[in-house]
Design a protein around this ligand. Structure first.
Ligand code: HH2
Length: 278
């Protein structure tokens, strides 16, 4: 079934699952930095993600791993310039993973339909108004602090409630900027200013976030909490843990799964959904 953005934005009602393939056009992403920086490699990977059944491809030109340095808008645009036309031509929706309006505007011009902003509109005051003007969908993600320092000492009293309050507040900010609530996707931001117990509580507590009335995206793929639980130090070998996290979040009502290994996620979700329907 071909995906369109409206299907994704309506997924909290239909409960259909959507798999979002990660395409990092960066030298320094935590699990695949450098691999897809050459444009030919990036386009090949985008085709591979589509062939494996991705419903959406998330293109990012700035790593947001803990401790990462910022990448200027010009550098981000240079990294995606050549590949975006080829990725958007694959016929599935594309999102741009950026917090900067200038990068988002370039990507929207190149055919992307969704802005994936890990700062939820806090980094660049022009981003939400841009999304409003262009009718783009927006992923609003929770992050405590900024990537450079977010893992220093994250503290919450009730992480699920606090992330829910934050997302409700950012959704109101998006609406105030003119972004229709119907165009918003919410994300608890797994690994962004969270300790192991916070990540686990959020994955277990998706239902509370889904109650905000918008689709919930989760991005547990290959992240550190899987290594902390299993002792697996190589992020590329955290595929099984990633699937377990996705399936658990699925039970709570998450409908969009941002993963590096699309084929495995598509298969796992199809089987889990069939069993849950039986
Ligand atoms: N995680 C990463 C990047 N972008 N966006 C959303 N909405 N949710 C996430 O959980 C999320 C995200 C980090 O993963 P990755 O892109 O693989 O790594 P890096 O930031 O090092 O490029």
């Amino acid at each position: 079934m071909a995906t369109n953005v409206a299907d994704i934005l309506n997924s909290h009602r239909t409960r259909r699952a959507f798999v979002c393939g990660v395409l990092n056009v960066t030298p320094d992403s935590f699990s695949d930095g450098g691999t897809f920086l050459p444009p030919e490699a990036a386009v090949r990977q985008a085709r591979q993600l589509a062939d494996e059944g991705a419903d959406l491809i998330d293109v990012g030109a700035e790593s947001t791993r803990p401790g990462s340095d910022r990448v200027s808008a010009g550098e981000q645009i240079d990294r995606v310039r050549e590949i975006l036309p080829a990725v958007t031509a694959l016929g599935i929706p594309v999102s741009i993973d950026t917090t900067l309006a200038e990068v988002a505007a370039f990507a929207l011009d190149a055919g992307t339909a969704i802005i994936n902003d890990v700062s939820a509109g806090r980094d660049d005051a022009d981003l939400l108004p841009l999304a409003a003007k262009r009718g783009a969908a927006v992923v609003l993600m929770h992050m405590l602090g900024a990537p450079k320092t977010m893992q220093a000492d994250p503290q919450y009293e009730d992480v699920v409630a606090e992330v829910g309050e934050f997302l409700a507040e950012r959704m109101a900010a998006a609406e105030a900027a003119g972004v229709a609530r119907e165009r918003v996707i919410l994300d608890p931001g797994i690994g962004f200013g969270k300790r192991l117990e916070h990540n686990l509580a959020l994955l277990a507590g998706v239902e509370q976030l889904a109650a905000l009335g918008r689709p919930v995206l989760v991005g547990p793929s290959r992240k550190r909490f899987i290594g902390e639980l299993t002792g697996e130090t190589d992020p590329q070998r955290r595929g099984a843990g990633t699937i377990a996290a996705c399936l658990t979040a699925r039970r709570g009502g998450a409908t969009i799964f941002r993963v590096h290994e699309v084929g495995a996620a598509v298969q796992a979700l199809r089987v889990a959904d069939a069993i849950n329907r039986a």
